[in-house]
Design a protein around this ligand. Sequence first.
Ligand code: NDP
Length: 444
Amino acid sequence: MSYVDEVLARVEAKNPGEPEFIQAVKEFLDTVRPVIEANEESYKKMALLERLCEPERQIRFRVPWVDDNGQVQVNTGYRVQFNSAIGPYKGGLRFHPSVYFGIIKFLGFEQIFKNSLTGLPIGGGKGGSDFDPKGKSDREVMAFCQSFMTELYRHIGADTDVPAGDIGVGGREIGFLYGQYKRIKNIYEGVLTGKGLTYGGSLARTQATGYGLLYFTEELLKINNIDIAGKTAVVSGAGNVAIYAIQKAQQLGVKVLTCSDSTGWVYDPDGIDVEALREIKEVKRARLTEYKNYRPNAEYHEGRGVWNVKADLALPCATQNELNLEDAKALVANGVTAVCEGANMPSTLEATEYLKANGVIFGPAKAANAGGVATSALEMSQNSERLSWTFEEVDSKLKQIMINIVHNIDAAAKEYGKAGDYAAGANIAGFKKVADAMIAQGIV
Ligand code: NDP
């Protein structure tokens, strides 16, 4: 049995009941085989892969809070500090009922290599809770966030671990979390990113993941001699990533036909109206059923369906495993040119294989959505120097980072005989830097 297969078997045995984590490790290890095989003996002796697949630290804690009826509620909080070889742990917090260790570990694992790809000094971590902010009052969300931070604060810090947002954690939640951290620690430091602009946030952070996804997609198409202008796209999701992906796509001359939320999806033949979408989701925190009130020509459908709409580009921006083999077949049958992932691990392993086997240009999440964390790192830099950069300055740095990522993953894929396999290129390029740093730092 090869070293990679040994480690895979060990990860499966050690993490039963965590299919998302096993999926992420499998996708990663399968594609970095050429690098491992070239160094098999030394990596195995120092158990490099075993260490890489074992979080440095996992924290799980009780989060009690009082709802508007005076009833005490109890949720579970998580933080996985996965790898600090190249910098302080960095990665978002997810508040969603589906959250458990398997989800947080898959996200934390992915984050290690994504952060490495940005070229910035940030390690990998992730956290969250099974708390659902949907339908809660602002006071309830604040009560939850304050209780969550009353435990989390002792594990994080500007040079230790710097969380940010993710599903269910936006500006409102970050504000409540930051306020409680400052109150407990009596330190005004950049311990969270995605902060509001009045208290240390960075311009362009809100837009960064979606904008970054489009800068990435534009460049990936360019190296394949395709112009993004004039293309059509299907997008899933209607949250932070999806909204700003749609906005930037339109600025680049792409017509976006769909968006979705957890109950249904919208098809708008005239192109999604971003301002209407922002009002529904960011201001009213309402369902997509409302979209028809703004655009009578649009269709609303219950359930899933965006991948059946014919388009040149597919940009999944909602959640993990939202694009399966059947969806991949529908996209290919409709002649899709490229799939670039805004969400984390939105495509199943079978879907990814099918897309790649059918000549679809595939931009993997850890490269394509790295713009969010890259801009978080830029927020950390601004906090450290106690300065704020202009929108244009941050946006142009973001764009350059995404362009560099495209060229780095392209070069890494070519170096290992996998030209055009950008998933392999991303994993290899992300892995090499982390592996070298881990080796240099000894057995820790
Ligand atoms: P949001 O909470 O802002 O939006 C998530 C969107 O996806 C919402 O429209 C939500 O629907 C939908 N959604 C969530 N869960 C499900 C589900 N189980 N089934 C169907 N739809 C679902 O999150 P973000 O936009 O921040 O995150 C989206 C994805 O992007 C995640 O995978 C996240 O990890 C990833 N990501 C986010 C980054 C960021 O900077 N925010 C950075 C890098 C990656 P509804 O409105 O009904 O809740």
